[in-house]
Design a protein around this ligand. Structure first.
Ligand code: AHM
Ligand code: MG
Length: 334
């Protein structure tokens, strides 16, 4: 039973038994993400002090090299999950190839692989706008005790056992699902604990917000152009409001709370859109579906797409169910 104000640590322990594979391994993994998220949060919050403590590439007063925040976040998440010896493989948006952990040790019994976008929307850091971390967890498909292979990572989103994000916003929140609904935890920075603040999060079935980079309008497919015009039309509860932060996690988070749709379509500039299937779209799609929302590439359910490469990009339409279905209708009829 979850209760408001419960800490994330308590919640993880109490809900461990409701998870169908109850070895405790997944709980340890989520715990390690929680710890790394706190450290990254601390660093992200200092970003505005760059003129005071030194920019990326500088050496700080303790003689340490200052890293770019996305590099820092990447290292921190990878280190935390590697050191605690709880995953067998990691793939990151920041790395060219996947990382196999303890591949030489045949006693290594870990079952999970993690795919992570350590700091999404990082171009927003310099202007003090929210950024996020996105993660996605699968059970390996190759035998335990052997080195992981690409097949462990190229699984359909529907195979995810957990997914979540951290939003470093006005408050820092960790939101995740293990396939049994979506819960959101807010960090109390004074104490350093995440508390259950948003139990059982749900997308409203309808919404009034659309989030898309309209600067690319002329390059969009006709179906998307028509849908955008539909959002702007004065009829019924329309026009909708346009809100686009340019930080997927924040745009998604707001739309889940208020009701809305996020679109990153393909265009004549990017033939598959911009967002990565494995690090961004699948985890957000899993969370969306667990929160009664929907995620599609315009025609196909995101989590049904069979990935063919680690850094694959796909068009992404995600949010309140009725809004996503309406956008799909425009795509079909264009
Ligand atoms: P990144 O992984 O390089 O940070 O890019 C992903 C981000 C998303 O968070 C955001 O929604 C999108 O890129 C914004 O892109 P654009 O500036 O093209 O609208
Ligand atoms: Mg990203």
């Amino acid at each position: 039973m979850s209760r408001k104000n419960q800490t994330l640590g308590e919640f993880i322990i109490e809900n461990q038994s409701s998870f169908k594979y109850t070895s405790g391994e997944l709980s340890r993994l989520i715990n390690s993400i929680r710890l790394a998220a706190k450290v990254v949060n601390h660093e992200v919050n200092k970003a505005g002090l760059v003129d005071i403590i030194g920019a990326a590439g500088d050496t700080n007063i303790q003689g340490e090299d200052q890293q770019k925040l996305d590099v820092y976040a990447n290292n921190k998440f990878i280190q935390t999950m590697t050191k605690r010896n709880i995953v067998c493989g990691i793939a990151s948006e920041e790395e060219d190839d996947f990382i196999s952990i303890n591949s030489q040790d045949e006693n290594h019994q870990n079952k999970y692989v993690v795919l992570i976008d350590p700091l999404d929307g990082s171009s927003n850091i310099d202007v003090n706008v929210s950024v996020g971390t996105i993660f996605s967890i699968y059970r390996r498909v190759t035998p335990v005790g052997t080195p992981v292979t690409i097949d462990d990572f190229l699984q359909k989103g529907s195979q995810q056992v957990a997914a979540g994000y951290v939003v470093y916003g006005t408050s820092t929140m960790l939101v995740y699902t293990t396939g049994d609904g979506v819960n959101g935890f807010t960090l109390n920075p004074a104490i350093g604990s995440f508390y259950l603040s948003h139990p059982n999060m749900q997308f409203p079935e309808d919404g009034k917000i659309y989030s898309v980079n309209e600067g690319n309008y002329t390059h969009f497919p006709q179906g998307i152009k028509n849908y955008i015009k539909y959002c702007q039309l004065e009829e019924g509860d329309r026009p909708y409001t346009s809100r686009y932060i340019g930080s997927l996690v924040s745009d998604f988070h707001r739309n889940m709370i208020k009701g809305g749709i996020y679109l990153y379509p393909k265009s004549s500039l990017n033939s598959n859109g911009k967002l990565r299937l494995l690090y961004e779209c699948n985890p957000m799609a899993f969370i969306a579906e667990q929160a009664n929302g929907k995620a599609s590439d315009g025609f196909t359910r995101i989590m049904d797409i069979k990935p063919t490469e680690l850094h694959q990009r796909v068009p992404f339409i995600c949010g309140s169910k009725n809004m996503v279905e309406k956008a799909e209708e425009f795509m079909r009829n264009a």
